[in-house]
Write a protein that binds this ligand. Structure first.
Ligand SMILES: Cc1cc2nc3c(=O)[nH]c(=O)nc-3n(C[C@H](O)[C@H](O)[C@H](O)COP(=O)(O)OP(=O)(O)OC[C@H]3O[C@@H](n4cnc5c(N)ncnc54)[C@H](O)[C@@H]3O)c2cc1C
Ligand code: FES
Length: 356
């Protein structure tokens, strides 16, 4: 079973438009929900007769032994409004096991990590920060966190608490767009210019960081990546997590060379050892939609190329993705694809969900 029903144990209103949720975790499921800091859970719930799936990042660290996420209400958002306005302690939601690659890969005990977050982008970030400060006594962390105003800072007290607990090891800078703080550098949005000011004024020294993490709106992620890249920070050491599909399409790097000779391809989807066979056109439905249509219970959440829940490996033939906002280059080179974005381009394609 991909989803398990878990009961809401505690709900805390973190800001006027954000709540955190902790779930009861029965002992027999503790292995299933073991997670790496920075990973997310996919939720499934029927709201007003519509089955919705959404991903939410874990904001707890593994040592806290809590399964906890934070949901910020999006204006007009169906799932986030339900959670922030109607969900109660004792209610049940269906959850998939933790997934995601927004995790630290630095092994150094004296790791120096740099984080840029905005709004609800703090959720996976605080999980990684708590974990690294707790596990590695020689590690240091810097967080630049953007919000509208002080009242909207999610985990404000917890962050201050961490700064006091790990004196000198955790540097925290709030950047506010709608409230004025003493120094100009802390006012405004985290864009290319603002990011640059932190380094150019000498507040931060880019060359001292092993790894950088960025989580927030696409424009902020792009600005920080551009700045770090232009200043010789190794792109392999930058991790980013996007919460929502940007408007523009981004083409995947992979070159597609072999064209299908006919109009349709034979597509085989392998899931839990079972093969599903379908005929599919390049310009038709995606592999995820087509296989779901014939009864395959494939994993998915956003269907927008953002979350990576629908990831599988192409073991024969080639596919083309419409967009890809989440797979990294090394995953593409290993044959991984987002099935919610994939269409066959060769006569035969085998897509394997079991070899991820
Ligand atoms: C890997 C991953 C991790 C995530 N982690 C978190 C998390 O920890 N906390 C959290 O609050 N959210 C998180 N999200 C976002 C979350 O999954 C939902 O997309 C979000 O809650 C909106 O869902 P909804 O049903 O309320 O909105 P919908 O009903 O789907 O959308 C309503 C409207 O809001 C727009 N919209 C959708 N999402 C956003 C957004 N994030 N910002 C601005 N506008 C938006 C849509 O374009 C649409 O116009 C994460 C997403 C991903 C992919
Ligand atoms: S379902 Fe989210 S990337 Fe495919």
């Amino acid at each position: 079973m991909r989803f398990n029903k878990l009961k809401v144990k505690e709900i805390i209103r973190e800001t006027p438009d954000c709540v955190s949720l902790e779930f009861e975790l029965p002992d027999e499921l503790s292995d299933t929900y073991r997670f790496k800091p920075g990973q997310y859970l996919t939720f499934k719930h029927e709201i007003n007769g519509e089955e919705l799936r959404r991903s939410y990042s874990l904001c707890s660290a593994p040592y806290e032994n809590k399964l906890k996420v934070a949901v910020k209400k999006v204006e007009g958002g169906r799932f986030s409004s339900f959670v922030t306005d109607h969900l109660k302690v004792g209610d049940e939601l269906e959850l998939m096991k933790p997934m995601g690659r927004f995790v630290s890969r630095t092994e150094a005990e004296d790791a120096n990590l740099l984080f840029f977050a905005a709004g609800s982008g703090i959720t996976p970030v605080i999980s990684i920060i708590k974990d690294v400060l707790h596990r590695k006594p020689e590690a240091n962390v810097t967080l630049v966190y953007g919000n509208k105003g002080f009242d909207h800072i999610i985990f404000r007290e917890e962050l201050e608490g961490l700064r006091n607990t790990y004196l000198g090891r955790f540097r925290l800078f709030h950047v506010l767009s709608r409230e004025v703080q003493g120094e100009a550098i802390f006012n405004g949005r985290i864009d290319l210019d603002k990011c640059g000011q932190f380094f150019e004024t000498g507040l931060l020294n880019l060359s001292t960081y092993h790894e950088a993490f960025v989580c927030g709106p696409e424009s902020m992620i792009q600005a920080v990546r551009d700045y770090l890249g232009a200043n010789n920070f190794d792109a392999n050491n930058i991790r980013f997590e996007l919460f929502t599909s940007p408007g523009e399409e981004k083409k995947v790097e992979k070159e597609v060379t072999v064209e299908a000779s006919g109009n349709e391809s034979d597509v085989v989807v392998v899931l839990d050892g079972v093969e599903y066979n379908l005929k599919l056109a390049l310009d038709g439905a995606t592999i995820l939609d087509a296989a779901s249509e014939i009864g395959a219970d494939l994993p998915f959440a956003c269907k927008g190329g953002v979350c990576c829940t629908c990831k599988a490996r192409v073991t024969e033939g080639e596919v083309k993705m419409d967009v890809n906002y989440s797979l990294e280059q090394d995953e593409i080179e290993q044959g991984f694809v987002l099935t919610c974005q994939s269409h066959p381009v060769t006569d035969k394609v085998v897509v394997d969900f079991d070899s991820i």
